[in-house]
Design a protein around this ligand. Structure first.
Ligand code: 5BU
Length: 266
């Protein structure tokens, strides 16, 4: 299936090389699943990628929650992700001023050297996006920033006016790959999509085939609803990595979202 046929406007309007890469990977895998690989051992992470790699399009990491992290194992893990045709997305939620964010892309974890995408809050102002882009440039790479326009957790402080400002700022910045929207509330998401327009990506956590409340204030919504409301990628964590059969679950999520995308008027 050709990316242009499936993605419609999102494909034809996109000027981002990484966004196009994602749309192509999603077509090859017939999957809009980004796995939130929230396991805290390297062995657990390797197992996960081996069993679910074929059914997911991107891999979301929290590099700082791994108990036995070391540079060498992490670099092997990233190679395994690349071999599995996955974009690597570090959900670091950067929030500092531009120059510090640039330096935080380096440091022990050296996120700039292996991530294709990172998340950032826009609370400190738009220079954070330039800082993160400079981080990738410092090692001769490029990447995309996902700005947090909404969150999935209850009681979060990203109120509608804040969301609007994030969108207005981010839509015009070539370094912004897209936005994080709240996958648990399709109505909020549809509103976000109408503000974002057809070009930028919206990726959504807070989705689980078991809809309802998750742990510690996480909220879960229905996957089909999120895709129809305009989400381009569904971030699923425990629905897959805590399942008795992660491979089977990943395939179920992949099929559900893919069919919803084919149904959607892009
Ligand atoms: P879950 O197990 O599917 O609930 O995992 C959700 C993941 O998405 C987890 O890694 C969070 O850090 C991440 N997340 C989220 O849940 N909600 C948000 O608004 C953002 C990220 Br941004």
């Amino acid at each position: 299936m050709m990316a242009g046929d499936v993605w419609g406007k999102r494909w034809s309007n996109s000027t981002s090389e990484i966004a196009r890469r994602y749309m192509e990977v999603a077509c090859r895998k017939q999957s809009l699943v980004c796995l939130a690989a929230d396991r805290n051992t390297m062995a657990g992470l390797f197992d996960l990628i081996e069993s679910v790699g074929p059914h997911i399009a991107a891999l979301k990491t929290h590099v700082d929650l791994v108990d036995d992290w070391d540079k060498d194992s992490w670099s092997k893990f990233c190679s395994a992700a690349k071999d599995a045709d996955l974009l690597i997305f570090e959900d670091r939620k950067f929030a500092d001023i531009g120059k510090i964010s640039r330096n935080q892309m380096a440091g022990v974890y050296d996120i700039r050297s292996w991530s294709d995408l990172v998340t950032a809050h826009l609370i400190s102002g738009p220079d954070i996006v330039d800082g993160l882009q400079a981080g990738w440039s410092d090692v001769g790479r490029s990447g995309g920033v996902l700005l947090l326009a909404q969150m999935s957790s209850r009681g979060n402080l990203l109120h509608p006016n804040y969301t609007d400002e994030v969108v207005a700022n981010g839509c015009n910045h070539p370094g912004v790959f897209g936005f994080i929207g709240n996958g648990s509330r399709p109505d909020e998401l549809a509103e976000l999509r109408s503000k974002v327009g057809g070009e930028k990506m919206i990726w959504t956590p807070g989705v689980n085939l078991a809809v309802g409340d998750g742990e510690m204030g996480q909220r879960y919504g229905d996957s089909r609803g999120a895709v129809l409301a305009g989400s381009d990628c569904i971030i699923v964590g425990s629905g897959i990595h805590r399942s008795d059969n992660p491979e089977k679950s990943a395939k179920e999520y992949a099929d559900a979202f893919w069919n919803a995308l084919l149904e959607r008027e892009t």
